[in-house]
Design a protein around this ligand. Structure first.
Ligand code: 13P
Ligand code: SF4
Length: 372
């Protein structure tokens, strides 16, 4: 390929290029940009994108990587809330790029800052906030909700550190209000023995979230009514079916799956936990994994000596992650080469400040906890 690139072209032109040309263009731009750019890739990204990533990880690891890189441009092959977190944690001069702005997260969209602030006011009006209530948000949420938690003594968590963070918050607060994934919240609460009737569901479309004042005063955990459209598809009958089909199989699922699935599975844990569990499993062991298809397929390719099944074939692709195609990556990278920053993710200053408070609380706590 010639070292002189043509002027920036519309994304449509990339859609008709061959896969080989696209891959070549990405690699060419990467070499030309050198250390000025870092490509981060979430484990759920498709193979033809992840192969170009400089660094891969789960949502926690990627947020730490974003806070540590010196690159001028962070090209985030993940979803919108992850790119926002990179902008919050990155250095002021760094530019964060999401190659397709349509790569959102349906779970994150299930809680808006207006709904969360309204819910908090309703809790104040009925006197629940006279107790110590900590707002905790899953990483899969908007920067504005992270900032709300930062302002109100709360924190961000991911599926990899939810247990130790719940532990410390349950010891120091009377109650927790957890957004937006009811399943991660419920599964983590259950690990601490919180009974189901003390974990109430907040429906943002109903007065008091659909609860009585008494239920909210009695609750230990208030769970926002949100869920992941990928992990939410796994059902208990998938677990029963695979156990009949594959004798001795171990069922390993992500805690974004519903409680009824998690409680009959053998193991549950974050994306990193799933990877480590398979890495450390003996040769010949059999696994049915309930998480995103790209990750499970890559594990199956990496470990041909282990029998790896998808818990529910055909059901588990994250369609929004999939929107980041190599064509979008090539387009974003060549634009950087041309001096154009396309699809930049910029969090406004005040939100950034308070969201950083909640994210840094999480990172500092997790790093201390890992050293113990
Ligand atoms: P983790 O990367 O934290 O496991 O999160 C899973 C997920 O759904 C990302 O969107
Ligand atoms: Fe959102 Fe679920 Fe996709 Fe993760 S897997 S980005 S939670 S929709």
């Amino acid at each position: 390929m010639s070292a002189v690139l043509e002027a920036v072209r519309p994304i449509e032109e990339y859609l008709v290029m061959t896969d080989a040309e696209i891959a070549e263009r990405i690699e060419f731009a990467r070499k030309e940009l050198g250390s000025r750019v870092v490509i981060l890739g979430h484990h759920y990204q498709r193979d033809d994108v992840i192969k170009h990533a400089d660094l891969t990880g789960d949502s926690y690891q990627l947020s730490v990587m974003a806070s540590q890189t010196e690159a001028e441009f962070i090209v985030f092959c993940g979803v919108h809330f992850m790119a926002e977190s990179a902008d919050i944690l990155g250095k002021p001069a760094q530019r964060v790029i999401l190659p397709d702005l349509g790569a959102g997260c349906s779970m994150a969209d299930m809680a808006t800052i207006e709904q969360v602030e309204d819910a908090w006011e309703q809790l104040r009006e009925i006197g629940v906030l006279k107790n110590k209530v900590a707002p905790i948000t899953y990483m899969n949420s908007s920067a504005a909700i992270k900032a709300f938690c930062g302002r109100n003594e709360g924190v961000v968590c991911t599926s990899s550190n939810a247990v130790p963070l719940f532990d410390v918050y349950l010891q120091n607060y009377d109650k927790m209000f957890f957004f937006p994934d009811q399943h991660l919240g419920r599964n983590t609460g259950a690990k601490f023995g919180i009974p189901l009737d003390k974990m109430v569901l907040w429906n943002p479309h109903e007065e008091l979230g659909g609860n009585s004042e008494e239920e909210l005063h009695e609750a230990k955990l208030i769970l926002w009514r949100g869920h992941c459209s990928v992990h939410g598809r796994f059902k208990p009958w998938h677990v029963d079916r695979i156990r009949k089909q594959v004798p001795d199989v171990k069922v390993l699922v992500h805690p974004e799956c519903m409680r009824e699935v998690v409680e009959i599975s053998d193991l549950d844990g974050s994306t990193s936990f799933i990877i480590k569990t398979v890495e450390n499993a003996p040769s010949g062991s059999k696994w049915a994994i309930g998480t995103e298809v790209n990750l499970v397929n890559r594990l199956a390719q990496r470990f041909p000596d282990k029998e790896i099944h998808l818990l529910a074939p055909d059901l588990c692709m994250c369609a929004t992650m999939y929107r980041i195609a190599p064509q979008n990556l090539a387009w974003a990278m060549e634009n950087i080469l041309e001096g154009n920053v396309v699809n930049e993710i910029v969090v406004e200053d005040e939100t950034k400040h308070f969201a950083a408070v909640a994210l840094e609380r999480m990172i500092n706590f997790t790093e201390k906890n890992q050293k113990k």
